[in-house]
Ligand binder design. Structure first.
Ligand SMILES: [Zn+2]
Ligand SMILES: [Zn+2]
Length: 637
């Protein structure tokens, strides 16, 4: 029997071109095979394999241009994995070779440690796709018992996590008593370490639990019955570099190609994921929790009322309202810790001119400049303030006068982490205050040390951004000092992002969950205070349907960069090609080119019927490589 195979060379990483050969071997997807190319023999990975309709004699007679592939070196990846990668490539308008490369650790493709030469049998059968919406304690408890049940059935499991931190936490929690069967993988291990662990995990004779970030899903074990995607809501599952694939989409295709179970798990699953239950493509592992419970006392504060001076009726600005001040006093007395969440870094996120009303902007990218205190360790001169652009990271001296009208009355607005830290220090000199944001926690080691200092110091206060949340265990008191600034981000997912973040914060609060806002009318705040996922989901779905967003439409976001003139011409040319899909062209909010002084333009289309749309896909695949194509993007900015 003759097979026609498509391969990519993997001499140094995966090659870009796909080559076609014939072979008499039973070469399936994922096999490493030696192929002749020009005058050399090179290793190549089989991406697709099909039986030829012709016999060997016919091929010779037809004087086919096809060459015969050489010897097999065994399987690097499983056939089901490569077939799922091919479907993922089609979904995200990318090449299969690029997707295989993105979804396989570089150390494995370069070192190519192969599994046995026989094809790993697919577990086969129907895929069982399940949703698991419950709080962390419940998920942890389920995993502990589920792993043992699966081991008893001689099944291996893969627990996919978004970050290294999550991998380490779950590894520490789940490996008790079964250490020898648990394998941890993440990107911070060196190449040698990854290859050594990989070989051990592939050959381990007992069923295994593999905990890893998503690219390690490529580990070929024929008994891998269940894949769990933990913290399904995390944007970390969306690759931020080419080929811009979503690892959750891949996990679903992989389950279908492999057979076996897929479990998507989180405190709050994404709206499009919950909708899969309504569509009946996913079932419930256990009845989904649509009400997140919390034993913490909820305090909701309308800051517009709170800051009003009872005599003048005017509002005086302070990031600390009356209730929060009372909470900090109680904490001082009882020696209990408080986490203060602040949405922005720096002193003040915005500076405005009191005369002409204009906002002080970055010259280069037009983002509002953020006022920062210069760190004394960076300068021996006296303490001074500077403006920093959080988009292009350019620093400029803080100015006293408005560039628009020359007025001296520039006023900082809102409170960033630095200003909140200074205010707490000034009002509560005896409290130990730690600040944790991207600036103070620039490396993972530094960030973890600061989180640790807070956890181990009774009566301390931590001021931190979103960045700090995942580093914290449960905390006695949590207060959201400000999160209103998120709502100026013009993106359809911002409401859900804020809701998921507030739910996660509330779930970490043991005694008090306090929320301050100047926008008390927004339903998302009441839903967060009550842990009301059901209402949030219903309302979010209604809005997305009305305005044509996922899961009712598939979005495709294209980006072109260059000089203003070039980018405009290119965007116009592409918009013309896509005219049947009603493209919208707009400048990127935070484009790469903006940072270098150029322009990035976006072209957005909404696809009404089922994706992939063949016609549109053909156009996308033919675009020059300089155009970035994001199917089902994380945002529309
Ligand atoms: Zn002005
Ligand atoms: Zn800038």
């Amino acid at each position: 029997m003759i097979r026609i195979i498509s391969v990519v060379p993997i001499a140094r990483g995966v090659g870009k071109e796909t080559l076609t050969y014939f072979t008499a071997r039973d070469a399936r997807e994922g096999m490493l095979i030696s192929v002749p190319l020009r005058s050399r023999k090179i290793p190549a990975l089989v991406l697709a394999s099909k039986e030829a309709a012709l016999g060997k004699a016919d091929i010779k007679a037809a004087n086919f241009a096809l060459k015969r592939a050489g010897e097999s070196k065994g399987y690097v990846l499983s056939p089901a994995f490569v077939r799922a990668a091919a479907r993922t490539a089609r979904f995200f308008a990318a090449h299969t070779g690029a997707v295989v490369e993105a979804l396989t650790p570089a150390a494995i493709l370069e070192g190519a440690p192969t599994a046995p030469k026989t094809a790993p049998p697919a577990t086969g059968g129907q895929a069982e796709k399940l949703l698991f919406q419950a709080d962390e304690a419940e998920r942890d408890a389920f995993y502990k018992s589920f792993i043992r049940e699966e081991f008893a059935k001689k099944h291996s499991l893969f627990l996919a996590v978004p970050t290294v931190r999550d991998a380490e936490r779950l590894h520490a929690l789940l490996c008790r008593g079964i250490e020898e069967h648990v394998f941890l993988f993440h990107s911070e291990f060196g190449k040698k370490e990854i290859i050594a662990r990989w070989k051990k995990a592939v050959r381990h004779p007992h069923p295994a639990l593999v905990i890893g970030t998503a690219p390690f899903l490529s580990l070929p074990r024929s008994d891998m019955e269940t894949v769990i995607v933990e913290k399904e809501h995390s944007p970390a599952y969306k690759m931020q570099r080419r080929p811009f694939v979503d690892l959750r989409t891949f996990a679903e295709f992989y389950a279908e190609e492999r057979g076996g179970k897929l479990i998507l798990a989180d405190l709050k699953l994404r709206t499009e994921t919950l909708y899969k239950r309504d569509e009946r493509s996913f079932a419930e592992l256990v009845p989904l929790k649509f009400r997140s419970l919390s034993e913490a006392r909820g305090i909701f504060v309308d800051m517009k009322e709170d800051n009003k001076n009872p005599v003048s009726g005017k509002t005086a600005f302070t990031p600390i309202g009356k209730d929060l001040r009372a909470l900090l006093h109680r904490a001082t007395e009882s020696g209990e810790r408080v986490f203060l969440f602040v949405s922005r870094r720096g002193l003040h996120p915005v500076t405005i001119c009191n005369d002409c009303g204009s906002v002080v902007l970055c010259e280069r990218c037009k983002a509002p400049l953020v006022l920062h205190r210069v760190d004394s360790s960076r300068s021996t001169a006296e303490v001074k303030n500077i403006f920093m652009c959080h988009s292009c990271r350019r620093e400029t001296a803080s100015r006293d006068r408005c560039e628009g009208c020359g007025s001296w009355r520039l006023a900082p607005l809102g409170a960033g982490t630095e200003f909140t830290e200074e205010t707490v220090r000034a009002e509560f000199p005896s409290l130990r205050v730690v600040r944790l944001d991207k600036e103070t926690g620039a490396s993972r080691v530094k960030a973890e040390a600061l989180a640790d200092e807070f956890v181990k110091t009774p009566g301390s206060v931590l001021v931190g951004t979103e960045f700090a949340i995942s580093l914290l265990p449960r905390v006695p008191h949590i207060a959201v000092v400000s999160c209103d600034a998120f709502f100026v981000i013009p993106d359809f997912r911002i409401n859900e992002r804020v809701f998921a973040m507030l739910l996660a914060l509330r779930a970490k609060a043991e005694k008090t969950f306090l929320l301050q806002t100047r926008m008390p009318h927004l339903p998302v705040f009441k839903e967060s205070m009550r842990g009301d996922i059901a209402n949030f989901y219903r309302e979010e779905l209604r809005v997305r349907k009305e305005f044509g967003y996922p899961p009712f439409r598939t979005l495709v976001k294209l980006s072109v960069s260059g000089t203003e003139e070039k980018a405009r011409a290119e965007a116009a040319r592409i918009a013309e090609l896509l005219v049947a899909w009603h493209p919208v062209v707009f400048p990127a909010r935070d484009g790469v080119a903006q940072r270098g002084g150029g322009t990035t333009l976006r072209i957005l289309v909404k696809v009404t019927h089922r994706w992939p749309d063949k016609e549109l896909l053909k156009i996308l695949m033919a675009l020059p490589p300089s155009v970035e194509v994001r199917v089902d993007p994380e945002d529309t900015l």
